[in-house]
Design a protein around this ligand. Sequence first.
Ligand code: HEM
Length: 127
Amino acid sequence: ASGGSFYELVGGSETFRRIAASFYENVRQEPLLLPLYPQDDLDGAARRLQLFLEQYWGGPHTYQEERGHPRLRMRHAPYKIGIAERDAWLRAMRGAMDSVALAPEHDQAMWEYMVRAADFMRNTQEA
Ligand code: HEM
């Protein structure tokens, strides 16, 4: 693929697969996050994150076909997400993004989105 969407510019599906896989490797090392995730289906969780990010950045809409409208705040309502969880999530994602080493302008655009999205997911005033 050439030109076009951000999805294509950063390397397509393989890039998002690597980000999601690396993110969940980091989650496994993160005591604040790991208990929140389905212990028997971390690979499934990684795939859902991959497909969501692909769709968000202009790739295929497989996420929507399989899961429906993202409604991410609603889907996160069962988990207590405060400042500490947000920051742990962002640390795991920062490491995952470092592992693919996007061009600086692409890295910046994606990181700004991640910071905003993670803050949006907070659902408790507690730390
Ligand atoms: C799902 C935690 C932020 C995207 C989940 C799940 C947990 C979780 C426990 C369920 C795992 C599964 O079965 O898929 C958290 C925590 C966050 C956070 C603690 C702290 C900020 C985010 C952000 C995004 C995101 C910022 C997107 C940029 C997703 C997606 C799913 C998911 C796409 C799968 C939804 C589905 O079921 O289709 N998250 N999350 N999460 N999360 Fe997060």
